[in-house]
Ligand binder design. Structure first.
Ligand SMILES: [Zn+2]
Length: 262
């Protein structure tokens, strides 16, 4: 695939928001493939999936994946709303397999139930080919189910991309390791918001070079080919403290506390 500007490569610098890149250029889709909502069985969140979709529309997104913990959201009303809003909503899930979080995009609830260990993804990957997309979320964050470098290296062939996690500042950025891993294994980086709160949605996303009527497979192919630009500006110190307060004190998010074995 020929994507704009080989000089962009598929690499992001820590905290780099690609300030010279104009997201309104035709042919680029704004995507976020790591989002949570009130339907999440693990976390007690305020916004519904439909509220998230309306916000996404207002923010100019084109394609989304809502990735509840261990549950594929398949409510027809949510998908109907997405269609009405002109959003491509792809069924997806964030699974904790052998203590490691993985995000799988474009699968059914039945398929998700069959994924219990990392090795189950091998068969899934072979069966589904290019029609499913798997990435490693926040792999170096050492909390909850972040998989760490060893598991990432061991299972690197399972992954289409490595996530740039939104939670970084100019002085705290475990994504540096993710960037090194992406370079080493020649994998694209995908920036997401991992939204657990609507107020935190919108600043962290990816731009993918694909036509407006692109299918999920076309978007996945473009990402695999490196036609993706992660947008992930460093949080300010005030935002960083606000996030920590919300995650650890105000909300005590379930995915952080329910252990690595689930
Ligand atoms: Zn998540």
């Amino acid at each position: 695939m020929d994507c704009l500007g080989a000089e962009w490569g598929h690499m992001a610098a820590p905290g780099n928001s690609f300030p010279n890149f104009d997201p309104k250029l035709p042919g680029w889709l704004k995507i976020d493939f790591h989002l949570h909502s009130r339907e999440d069985p693990k976390d007690d969140l305020e916004h519904s999936a439909i509220e998230l979709l309306h916000r996404a529309r207002a923010l100019g997104f084109n394609a989304l994946a809502i990735t509840l913990h261990n549950k594929v959201l398949n409510d027809p009303a949510v998908f109907e709303t997405a269609r009405e809003l002109g959003l491509l909503l792809i069924p997806a899930v964030e699974l904790r397999l052998e203590g490691a979080d993985v995000v799988v995009v474009n699968l059914t609830p039945e398929e998700a139930r069959g994924l219990r260990k990392l090795s189950d993804l091998v068969e899934f990957r072979q069966r589904r080919g290019r029609s499913a997309f798997i990435f490693a979320p926040h792999p170096f964050y050492k909390l909850g189910g972040s998989m760490g470098g060893r598991q990432l290296s061991e299972h690197i062939d399972l992954f289409d991309a490595i996530e740039i996690c939104h939670f970084h500042t100019s002085w705290f950025d475990p994504n540096r390791n993710a960037i090194r891993a992406a370079e080493r294994f020649q994998k694209p980086l995908i920036a997401t918001s991992d939204t657990h709160r609507l107020a935190y949605f919108g600043d962290h996303y990816s731009l993918v070079q694909a036509p407006p009527d692109a299918t999920p497979e076309m978007i996945f192919d473009a990402i695999r080919a490196g036609c993706i630009r992660p947008v992930s500006p460093a949080l300010t110190n005030a935002q960083f403290v606000n996030h920590l307060w919300w995650v650890f004190v105000e909300h005590r998010l379930g995915w952080l506390w329910k252990g690595r074995a689930k």
